[in-house]
Write a protein that binds this ligand. Sequence first.
Ligand SMILES: C[S@@+](CC[C@H](N)C(=O)[O-])C[C@H]1O[C@@H](n2cnc3c(N)ncnc32)[C@H](O)[C@@H]1O
Length: 202
Amino acid sequence: MGSRWQVEKKRDPYYKRAKNEDYRSRASYKLLQLNKKFKIIKKGNKVLDLGAAPGGWSQVALERVEEDGMILAVDLQRMKPFTEENFHSIRGDFTTPEIQEAISSKLEGKANAIISDASPSLTGIKNLDHLKSMDLFENVMDICYNHLAVNGNILIKFFQGEKAQELIKANKKKFRTFKTTKPASSRKKSSEMYLLGLGYKL
Ligand SMILES: C[S@@+](CC[C@H](N)C(=O)[O-])C[C@H]1O[C@@H](n2cnc3c(N)ncnc32)[C@H](O)[C@@H]1O
């Protein structure tokens, strides 16, 4: 008998589906479900994936953009590359100026979609994890303002808490649609939530 976490993982229908359908992570279904509903990523898009390892979201994005688009994935962790020529990756911390410069030069122009499922290393202390995730969120928003094309879309994970509303309010006017959402595949007991921004207005 494994640990409680291992038992839960084995019972999780999305974990099983990811194994059967050859997705790198169960997180793929979160992007599949949200993209089906909101059309965040389209054929031919250039997509920046921040906090991308092991690559479940990049995999879904690659399927959506097809060969005319391109994916640039960034993560602290080493990520197994995809064989597609339009997939590029950078290993490092996207909150640092060096990695932000590397993003600028590899992206070559603006991205049509910026997606981030980045998680800070979690402590289990709810408010501290919320604040750490809002710190990442602010960094992702700065990257969006530097690299998102007009009319572009964003999807960013954060952990719920008191600072979230303040940050959502501060960025709301820059997008045609700006709201929070939670896909069916996100565990109900998790405080994770996704911020969706459609139609960047500059
Ligand atoms: C939940 S995982 C992402 C899962 C991914 N969306 C997928 O579908 O496979 C969160 C990732 O965020 C990355 N991360 C957290 N902070 C980061 C940072 N400052 N720079 C780069 N990556 C970061 C972690 O290394 C981790 O791999």
